[in-house]
Design a binder for this molecule. Structure first.
Ligand SMILES: *[C@@H]1O[C@H](CO)[C@@H](O)[C@H](O)[C@H]1NC(C)=O
Ligand SMILES: *[C@@H]1O[C@H](CO)[C@@H](O)[C@H](O)[C@H]1NC(C)=O
Ligand SMILES: *[C@@H]1O[C@H](CO)[C@@H](O)[C@H](O)[C@H]1NC(C)=O
Ligand SMILES: *[C@@H]1O[C@H](CO)[C@@H](O)[C@H](O)[C@H]1NC(C)=O
Ligand SMILES: [Zn+2]
Length: 965
């Protein structure tokens, strides 16, 4: 799956204006924490003694828990070989007002250990009983057939249990068949229903999301990734629709069922594959196709979206990316076709179903007129991610979900290579630093983090399986794999990967199998200090990462587990004592030194580091760690940044800022020393250092934007961004054309956002003029999609009621979701108390703001310094309503509490927060309980931080302001 849980670019841009850029971290942090908590609770509760009370007449209640059907993992006594599945979704309501699907399926399996029990996954399916039993059993190879004693649903573990009067025989093959019905609910899991509007007509789609445990809600199956089988799929549907599945359609016929004509489409047999990669879709979508391509490549979407050419970009890039992966893996694409489809309702970002990839619309469709460059980047990288899985993950599958990090980490790394192949001038590979590594390091630097790899026996229940899909798996996974590809030669990495894919194709592997195959490909000349497994174990089997300190006075180099909060206690033991085998690439006085220095102990001396020149470690930030230096070396690096920063690679300019601010938070260096790393920005035009600084300074803004420090901070920021603003004005020919590169376009947006929020008059006038032009002719919006978020926000902040009302009107008229989102965010930028209060009222009125957007609208207002107080009062006054409406949705409540409280930093704030908690013991905070506790902790930490730093920071800003500006 592609991660669906990261902050959107719109939000990130608004972040600059309002200081929520660091939110990604905080959200990630609370997600990590709540997952941590859930893990503990689950492991407690699975040790109980009795399970399962169900109402169904032939369910068993009160079974002792050591029975095999109370274990969440299948016994390995039966191995599936082939399924025949026939599904008939009804896209109109039945007499009970429900959408349902009917199904028939059979599975041929082999008995490898004699047993009188058949356990097969089945969830929320109603069976037609045959001779009093849920299923019908047959012996395929003429062996004797045991009779069925009884069958029942074990709902907790989601099994259909078949108890036999005698054993199935080892080595013999059997077949189970069944008929069933399920609900086609709109729950985004298993076989489900999605609705959308075409004009004013509601359309229905039947589609699937099997990963991780949805297949068992669609048909009875051995629903574990290692239980690979072949599948013959047949879909029966209303003739006005089209049916798709993993394999090509081999025949469509017409059939009369219950007095009605139905289309019956049969698909070619799949290769051996996992159940979680199946897909079945019935829709009235249309498609575009790459003529004559092999494999066949098609993009599917709503008819209107296809008519508007929104699938063109995806179609154009898919062929190139597939070709690239063909040669990268040196294995050709395993299937005859590749369909990709954009669904209006989809929970993740995308899902890599083999041969039929499903996407959220915003992750596949791109509109040349309306979409921004970041929309384009997202489409490209998500496609590259899902296509990477077609080999790594689909052809070779990890045996169990505990190794998910390798599957997702790998795809999250390779997606950058695939995307880079298509957009060669974007330097997109560099973005892994900001998008994955620095993002996840914030979470991984907490004592509550967890290792990448978990033990197979620790992941059992569907809830535990869902928990492994977290930022550690995706972003840390991709960062450590990137590190591995850098210290191996590229040829070695590709050879090892190819040998791994060939060895396990159509089968399953565990993560260390990859290390083994890479090791075989490594040349003796590679100079690795230890085996790949030994090196990688230190990164995958223990949580966190080191801070490496290089002391150029003594040549001493040390490592220590890096914790953001220096007072936090680490309770999780590590077999490696929180020491890593660290590859250190480095440069001296601007000259890259050959090879790596491998740090293995907590403290070593390397005389090469003892020098009066400056030393910079971790070139291009290939390694997953932070770096600190002795003060003299820091000073020399700062001096180099100021004299000629281009000697230091651009990624390392970002690194120096990011490491310094992180080290300051962990109290390794002083806060003002971190601020010193932002001075050279006055001469910097590149995106990566700027973006890093914006993220790092965000916390300062939150803490000080209601104090006198903020005046000085704004003057400093205005001074720093001045050159950048005029640089882009020049490059863009007075803001009329966009710069060519991806990062240049992003940094143009940064320049405008920073200049406008820090009161550069020309910027504010430019924004208001553009907006006025639009107001004067609302049928033509002259603002480029890239700049909309920032221009709208600036113009509304500066404007009056008339600007706000115009934007509100355009919001109500918007037909494109991304446009509506940009306007909805910008409407929160007003500085007028009465307008903000009115907007808060609108947020809970579903005729004005859709319910799904209510909470994010409130948080947009809270993120605006002018609106924060009102939003905070509003939330407290309306807590019971908000709780009743949204209490079920964990993510929403957690976001609300986290964002609403992020600015709290005084004793008075703390009192109010404590009072709020006290006043609402009933109804409580539901899924946001953890967020509430964190908010109290964070507020206390904020109070301390402000006390310790406010004065020094204020003085620092004041002394850095050039009075002539
Ligand atoms: C919406 O529905 C009305 C009446 O049902 C119909 O007359 C009109 O043409 C429809 N509009 C669109 C855009 O389909
Ligand atoms: C499955 O479909 C293939 C053709 O796609 C057919 O040859 C085969 O007989 C079917 N049944 C089984 C059990 O493989
Ligand atoms: C900016 O660059 C100029 C030379 O190009 C240099 O003299 C100046 O010190 C630099 N300023 C900062 C703050 O880095
Ligand atoms: C830039 O564009 C603005 C607005 O269109 C215009 O007023 C201004 O004169 C232009 N400046 C230059 C230097 O062309
Ligand atoms: Zn994925």
């Amino acid at each position: 799956m592609a991660k669906g849980f990261y902050i959107s670019k719109t939000l990130a841009v608004i972040g600059i204006l309002f200081s929520v850029a660091a939110m990604a971290t905080v959200i990630g942090l609370s997600v990590a924490l709540s997952q941590e908590k859930a893990k503990n609770e689950n492991s407690d509760s699975t040790s109980d003694t009795y399970v399962g009370t169900t109402t169904s007449s032939n369910s068993i209640t009160m079974q002792p828990s050591n029975e095999i059907w109370n274990k969440y993992r299948l016994p390995n006594s039966l191995i599936p070989d082939h399924y025949d599945i026939e599904l008939q979704p009804h896209l109109t309501k039945n007499v009970e007002g429900l959408y349902v699907f009917k199904g028939k399926s059979s599975v041929i399996f082999k008995c490898v250990t004699a047993t009188n029990l058949i356990l097969i996954h089945s969830n929320k399916l109603n069976y037609t009983l045959k001779a009093g039993h849920h299923i019908y059993l047959k012996a395929v190879d003429g062996s004797n057939l045991p009779s069925i004693q009884k069958t029942w649903h074990q709902t907790t573990t989601q099994y259909l249990v078949v108890q036999l009067n005698s054993n199935l025989e080892t080595g013999k093959t059997y077949e189970i068949s069944s008929e069933f019905r399920g609900e086609l609910a709109d729950d985004l899991a298993g076989f489900y229903r999605s609705e959308y509007k075409e004009g004013n007509e509601t359309r229905i789609i039947a589609t699937t999301q099997m990963q991780p445990t949805g297949a068992r809600k669609t048909f009875p199956c051995f629903d574990e990734p290692a239980m690979k089988a072949t599948f013959n799929i047949t879909l029966i549907y209303d003739p006005q629709y089209t049916a798709l599945s993993n394999m090509p359609n081999i025949s469509t016929t017409s059939k009369n069922i219950d007095g009605k004509q139905w289309s019956v489409t049969t698909f070619d047999r799949t290769p051996r594959m996992s159940t979680y990669l199946l897909a079945f879709i019935v829709s009235d979508f249309s498609n575009i196709e790459q003529p004559g391509s092999k494999p066949q490549i098609r993009i599917w979407a709503r008819k209107k979206a296809i008519e508007e050419n929104q699938g063109e970009y995806a179609l154009n890039v898919t062929g190139s990316i597939l070709n690239y992966y063909d040669s990268y893996y040196n294995v050709s694409y395993p299937l005859p076709k590749s369909d990709q489809i954009a669904l209006p309702d989809f929970s993740a970002g995308a899902m890599e179903n083999w041969g039929l990839i499903t996407y959220r619309e915003s992750a596949l469709l791109y509109d040349n007129e309306i979409s921004s460059i970041s929309n384009k980047e997202r489409v490209l990288t998500v496609i590259a991610h899902e296509l990477a899985h077609q080999w790594f993950g689909n052809l070779v599958t990890l045996r169990w979900w505990n190794d998910l990090w390798l599957n997702e980490g790998f795809a999250s790394y390779v997606e950058y290579l695939g995307a880079d192949f298509v957009q060669k001038k974007w330097n997109i590979k560099d973005l892994i630093l900001l998008n994955e590594m620095y993002h996840v390091m914030e979470i991984d630097a907490l004592s509550s983090s967890h290792p990448l790899s978990s033990k197979e026996e620790e992941v059992n229940t569907p809830a535990q399986i869902n928990e492994v899909f977290d930022p550690i798996a995706y972003s840390k996974g991709s960062s450590v794999i990137r590190m591995l590809t850098k210290f191996l030669k590229e040829s070695e990495f590709k050879a090892g990967l190819n040998s791994y894919l060939n060895a396990f194709e159509y089968g399953n592997a565990i993560y260390s199998d990859l290390w083994t195959h890479l090791q075989q490909a490594v040349n003796a000349s590679s100079n690795l200090p230890r085996s790949i497994k030994e090196i990688m174990d230190t990164w995958t089997l223990q949580m966190g990462f080191p801070v490496v300190t290089v002391d150029t006075a003594s040549g001493k180099v040390t490592q220590k587990h890096f914790l953001l909060d220096p007072d936090s206690k680490v309770n999780r033991p590590s077999d490696y004592n929180y020491l890593w085998i660290v590859p250190i690439s480095w440069m001296k006085n601007g000259v890259v030194q050959p090879g790596y220095y491998w740090l293995q102990k907590s403290e070593e001396i390397n005389n090469d580091f003892k020098t009066s020149d400056w030393v910079l470690a971790n070139i291009n930030v290939d390694g997953y760690y932070r770096v600190n230096y002795n003060k003299e070396n820091w000073d020399k690096l700062l001096k180099q940044l100021q004299n000629n920063h281009s000697v230091i690679p651009v990624m390392n300019r970002a690194q120096l800022i990011s490491d310094a601010f992180s080290l300051a938070r962990a109290k390794y260096i002083h806060t003002t020393a971190a601020l010193d790393t932002t001075k050279f920005l006055i001469n910097e035009t590149e995106y990566m250092p700027w973006q890093t600084a914006i993220g790092s300074l965000d916390y300062f803004k939150q803490m000080f934007d209601r104090t006198d420090v903020y005046g000085s901070m704004k003057k400093y920021m205005k001074q720093q961004v001045f050159n950048l603003f005029y640089h882009f004005k020049d490059v863009t020919n007075n803001w009329t054309v966009r710069p060519s590169g991806l990062m240049e376009q992003y940094n143009e947006v940064n320049a405008i956002s920073l200049a406008c929020t820090n009161d550069l008059q020309e910027c504010k006038t430019m924004a208001s003029d553009l907006f006025n032009n639009w107001m004067n002719n609302s049928s033509y919006n002259p603002i480029h999609p890239n700049l909309k978020t920032t221009i709208y926000c600036s113009a509304i902040a500066r404007g009056e009621e008339k600007e706000w009302d115009f934007a509100w009107k355009m919001f109500q008229k918007a037909t494109v979701a991304t446009e509506a989102d940009k306007l909805r965010a910008a409407l929160a930028c007003s500085t007028k108390p009465w307008i903000l209060n009115r907007y808060l009222q609108y947020s809970l009125d579903p005729t004005k703001i859709r319910k799904q957007d209510a909470v994010s609208t409130i948080t947009y207002i809270a993120n605006n310094v002018a609106g924060h107080r009102f939003a905070w009062d509003f939330m407290r006054a309306n807590w019971k309503t908000i709780y009743t409406e949204f209490g079920e949705s964990s993510f929403t409540m957690t976001n609300l509490i986290t964002r609403m409280t992020q600015r709290l930093s005084t004793k008075f704030d703390l009192q109010q927060l404590e009072q709020f908690k006290l006043d609402n013991q009933d109804p409580g905070f539901g899924s946001a309980n953890r967020a509430m506790e964190q908010a109290l902790e964070k507020t206390k930490a904020n109070i301390r931080w402000v006390q310790e730093n406010k004065e020094a920071v204020h003085v620092w800003f004041n002394t850095k302001i050039n009075s002539s500006l």
